[in-house]
Design a protein around this ligand. Structure first.
Ligand SMILES: Cc1cc2nc3c(=O)[nH]c(=O)nc-3n(C[C@H](O)[C@H](O)[C@H](O)COP(=O)(O)OP(=O)(O)OC[C@H]3O[C@@H](n4cnc5c(N)ncnc54)[C@H](O)[C@@H]3O)c2cc1C
Length: 388
């Protein structure tokens, strides 16, 4: 069985790793010219389901490395005023694992065949039941299964399920990160903090690696090369509706912070310019099932959530692990490919739709005047969550 995966995000890579462990041939085709081509390094909170799915797809010999490069999210989520006085709590956070997306992608890339600069444009289902994927600048590829893990603007989804289109919540936010120095250590002690200003909030979350990733890889799994990243504070500010166009995300945040505590202003000023971005929150709601066949979807391509739900990556990893298990059944002769893909899609549609609803229900806690998302039918020229 040959599997072609479009998209080297967390979901596509996790699936390809899982298939590699099972001896199933899988190649990944990524649109970006390089894995480090644009802002990718934000902190993710993984819940027990997402973390178990990730472990399930990784070879057991890398589990100690994974455990070494995550961080711990625990305890309270404070609400502070702009002068750093405690004014409330967001409610207890469940204990979770935090992980840097860029570090995790590097771990997941190890040992895989990934073709970069390979933007999928379309595909054809062939008479023998296989599928031929077409790319903008490279030769077509034939596979038994094509998995569209190509994010919120999925080119695979545009052919497989044209009525499923992203919906814009209208919410824009700036995000960045700043090295975690002693000065900033108190700003985000546990799970995260919310600084509640006048009509605007700043969300802070520390990424404290249990072990610096590069060192951990050298010691625990020398075949893996991880980036030399140190602890940081991730900050995000939801912009008020109708904010003027943003050129520099740090300037946009600072312009809302007149009179705020100097530590908060310094945090933004010292932000890493290469790891800050303006993002829009768009969702994809899985609605209409298609007839199962040699093409399927995974992750944000079929159920993109609002980051306020903290569940998009968790759900993409869950998809990867579920689809991996279904495909192992095929490789071991227990079921047909069509039956396995259908079984995956049935479950994924159900929990994927719930994940999107959960994330939208969490939006008003951060954006009190948020409106229901509006379906986009003009896909041209739009940028998705994280600029995808
Ligand atoms: C700021 C922020 C914070 C978040 N925090 C959390 C969190 O705490 N917990 C959580 O669970 N989730 C979180 N999420 C959501 C999470 O990041 C996403 O849901 C997850 O990364 C989706 O993974 P994916 O593999 O489906 O898609 P993506 O990560 O979007 O990957 C898709 C890949 O496909 C590539 N691609 C696109 N088009 C093509 C094409 N035509 N051909 C080939 N390749 C293509 C893209 O370049 C990209 O590499 C957060 C998101 C953001 C933006």
């Amino acid at each position: 069985m040959r599997v072609a995966v479009a998209g080297a995000g967390l979901g596509g890579l996790c699936l390809a790793q899982g298939l590699r462990q099972a001896g199933i041939q899988a190649e990944v085709h990524e649109r970006d010219p390089a894995i480090t081509a644009r802002f990718q390094g934000y902190r993710l909170v993984l819940n027990p389901v997402g973390f178990a799915a990730l472990r399930g797809c990784l070879p057991p010999r890398w589990h100690p490395l994974l455990d070494a490069v995550v961080g711990d999210a625990y305890g309270e989520r404070l609400v502070l005023d702009p002068r750093l006085n405690r004014i409330g709590e967001l409610g207890p956070a469940t204990t979770g694992i935090v992980v840097d997306r860029h570090v995790l992608r590097h771990l997941l890339l190890t040992g895989l065949t990934v073709h970069t600069g390979a933007a999928l444009t379309s595909y054809d289902v062939l008479d023998d039941g296989s599928v031929r994927a077409r790319f903008a600048e490279s030769a077509p590829v034939t596979a038994d299964l094509l998995v569209g893990a190509d994010g919120v603007n999925s080119a695979v989804r545009a052919v497989l399920s044209p009525p499923t289109v992203p919906a814009d919540t209208g919410v824009r936010f700036v995000i960045g990160r700043t090295p975690l120095t002693e000065r900033f250590a108190g700003l985000s002690r546990a799970f995260g903090s919310k600084i509640a200003g006048d009509g605007v909030s700043l969300l802070l979350g520390a990424m404290r690696f249990r072990t610096p990733p590069k060192e951990a890889a050298e010691r625990l799994a020398p075949e893996v090369t991880l980036p030399d990243v140190r602890d940081y504070v991730r900050w995000a500010m939801i912009l008020p509706p109708g904010s003027p166009g943003v050129r520099d995300p740090r300037e946009a945040a600072l312009s809302m912070m007149a009179g705020w505590h100097p530590d908060l202003q310094a945090l933004i000023e010292q932000g890493d310019p290469d790891n800050s971005a303006l993002l829009s929150i768009r969702v994809v709601q899985p609605r209409e099932r298609w007839a199962s066949g040699p093409v399927t979807l995974l992750g944000d391509a079929i159920h993109a959530t609002s980051p306020t739900g903290g569940n998009g990556a968790n759900t993409a990893l869950r998809d990867a692990d579920l689809l991996r298990r279904c495909l192992v059944d095929v490789a071991e002769g227990r079921r047909s490919l069509r039956d396995a893909v259908g079984g995956y899609e049935r479950q994924m549609f159900e929990y994927g739709a719930e994940a999107v609803q959960h994330s939208l229900a969490a939006l008003p806690a951060f954006v009190p005047d948020s409106k229901p998302p509006r379906a986009e039918h003009d896909r041209q020229g739009r940028r998705g969550v994280a600029g995808r």
